[in-house]
Design a binder for this molecule. Structure first.
Ligand SMILES: *[C@@H]1O[C@H](CO)[C@@H](O)[C@H](O)[C@H]1NC(C)=O
Ligand SMILES: *[C@@H]1O[C@H](CO)[C@@H](O)[C@H](O)[C@H]1NC(C)=O
Ligand SMILES: *[C@@H]1O[C@H](CO)[C@@H](O)[C@H](O)[C@H]1NC(C)=O
Ligand SMILES: *[C@@H]1O[C@H](CO)[C@@H](O)[C@H](O)[C@H]1NC(C)=O
Ligand SMILES: *[C@@H]1O[C@H](CO)[C@@H](O)[C@H](O)[C@H]1NC(C)=O
Length: 472
């Protein structure tokens, strides 16, 4: 999920009574050779199984969430240099993993999110979550991490360099209660507030031990203890590019996943999230994958995002003529394409989206447009295919710089929203809600990444993918 942060000035520095500021900034643990694998999951259904009295409303809700986003993880083991952990599809439209923090470890589910960087969990018995009634999740029932029950929980101090990861180096001058002569600072790092597309979270930074089962233990991991959130089904594991993200703190060379197809039903099918903590493989490519380089945003805006250069969108035989300014981040930092596991449906800024939607409308005149479904779901175009034995939809191909082509399976962009009605599962601010100001013009969401093996090769700054059935 796309996030932005700002310093929170409310006074809720209290609450973690047993925690003390961590003394000196502990050096990040050097993790030698290893891979971590975590499961990710879902059923291979092309039908959106919305178990709700108001299926269109539920879909509208999902489409709305895609304009903001969410995510998760879980963990088995093996190999010394790879950590694997299961990644589960969740009814709110994200994928989650389970991570264990603390001494003794407390396991918590977190949305796996490549569009933000902080790792945070719902925290303390006083955790408050507003507007957090998601399908199968009740705000009151969201499990929380209890720092009091962990002997390794420490509040991050104001002078700790990890405080600067979130607040920048200038925060040091704001540690007024710290005596500059003694370096003896008991003042905590200020509370953080993170804004995501549709929600937010706020809390205090902790230093905690992160545990992978039968694997490695990472002491001094920076994690957010959130005390208050809006519209968050669970915590978030930030896999973005900033120093506080999980890949940055673990010094990962790469990570990869394959998102199982999901029906928004909290299915137990999962696939693995693989974290490569090894010594790297040089510039060796994973066989079978097509690669495109990660791009830099020319500004300091949006440092968390994985930008790729989308060159063309091909629908059937037609190259959609995309205005260049949307494809490349401009001098104001806006525009460009990012890969985001925390967004459900791919987002396109209105001018791009219109070209894409109109091209599908133009090529699919053999079906009746289902106006009512469009009105209710916010998705467009929708077609009435009742009575049809099979559906023919034009191919959709994303072409990236360097020639890599992502040819999407039809189920990744047309889905049943009702018996006999299919809709294009791409959203725009003109369709649901409004007010998308700046930022990436195209956000490649998890719904479109399903059944692709996807690799974030951080060592070589490139994004690799290949189509694959993710259910093992
Ligand atoms: C839809 O989900 C419900 C409960 O989550 C399940 O009982 C039903 O079998 C599912 N239907 C399909 C077609 O997957
Ligand atoms: C461990 O991971 C490496 C890649 O990092 C792989 O080459 C090797 O085969 C794996 N070993 C086992 C036992 O899975
Ligand atoms: C730091 O300050 C605390 C409380 O002010 C004091 O008890 C402690 O001895 C001091 N430690 C050092 C190393 O100065
Ligand atoms: C859908 O919405 C449009 C515009 O609001 C309206 O003109 C049209 O009558 C609606 N159609 C249906 C079938 O609800
Ligand atoms: C689809 O078309 C059929 C007739 O061809 C009609 O009976 C049905 O109501 C339509 N469904 C929707 C959702 O518009």
């Amino acid at each position: 999920m796309a996030s932005s942060r700002f310093i929170f000035l409310l006074s809720f520095l209290i609450l973690i009574s047993s925690s003390k500021p961590a003394p000196a900034p502990a050096p990040a643990p050097a993790t030698a050779t290893a891979t971590i694998t975590i499961p990710l999951s879902a059923p291979s259904s092309t039908k959106l199984n919305i178990s709700s009295k108001n299926p269109w409303g539920a879909l509208y809700h999902l489409a709305s969430l895609s304009l903001s986003r969410a995510h998760h993880i879980k963990s088995p083991k093996t190999n010394l240099s790879l950590i694997k952990t299961p990644l589960f599809p969740r009814s709110y439209g994200g994928y989650s993993i389970s991570l264990s923090f603390g001494t003794p470890p407390q396991t918590t589910k977190l949305v796996m999110d490549t569009g933000s960087s902080l790792v945070w969990f719902p925290c303390t018995s006083r955790y408050l979550c507003s507007k957090c009634d998601f399908p199968n999740i009740e705000a009151a029932g969201i499990p929380t991490f209890m720092p009091k029950l962990s002997s390794s929980s420490n509040l991050i101090g104001c002078k700790n360099k990890k405080c600067s990861w979130l607040f920048g180096p200038k925060i040091q001058s704001r540690c007024q209660e710290c005596d500059p002569t003694t370096q003896n600072c008991t003042q905590a790092c200020p509370p953080y507030v993170l804004q995501y597309g549709s929600g937010s979270t706020a809390g205090l930074l902790l230093s905690e031990t992160l545990d992978f089962p039968d694997k490695k233990t990472i002491p001094g991991f920076l994690v957010g203890c959130s005390l208050f959130s809006i519209r968050q089904p669970e915590g978030i594991a930030g896999f973005g590019r900033s120093p506080e993200s999980l890949p940055s703190q673990l010094g990962l060379k790469k990570f990869s996943y394959c998102l199982v197809s999901h029906a928004f039903d909290d299915s137990q099918a999962s696939s693995d999230l693989v974290l490569d903590t090894g010594s790297g493989s040089g510039d060796t490519k994973t066989p079978g994958l097509s690669y495109t380089r990660f791009q830099k945003n020319p500004t300091t805006a949006f440092p968390d995002y994985y930008y790729v250069l989308l060159r063309n969108i091909v629908i059937g035989d037609t190259h959609v003529k995309l205005p260049y300014k949307f494809l490349v981040p401009g001098s104001d930092g806006n525009g460009g394409t990012i890969v985001d596991s925390g967004t459900t449906f791919t987002f396109m800024e209105k001018p791009v989206y219109e070209l894409v939607a109109q091209e599908f409308e133009k090529q699919m005149t053999h079906y009746t447009v289902a106006t009512e479904a469009q009105n209710h779901t916010g998705l467009r175009p929708c077609f009435n295919i009742s009575g049809e034995k099979s559906v023919s939809a034009p191919e959709l191909i994303f072409q990236f710089k360097g020639g890599a082509k992502m040819a999407l399976p039809t189920a990744n962009y047309f889905s049943f929203v009702d018996s006999g009605v299919i809709c294009l599962t791409i959203v725009s601010d003109s369709v649901v809600g409004s007010g998308f100001g700046g930022g990436p013009a195209i956000i490649l969401g998890n719904y479109q990444q399903r059944n692709f093996h996807v690799e974030f090769d951080l060592e070589n700054e490139r994004f690799g993918f290949k189509q694959q059935n993710c259910v093992s």
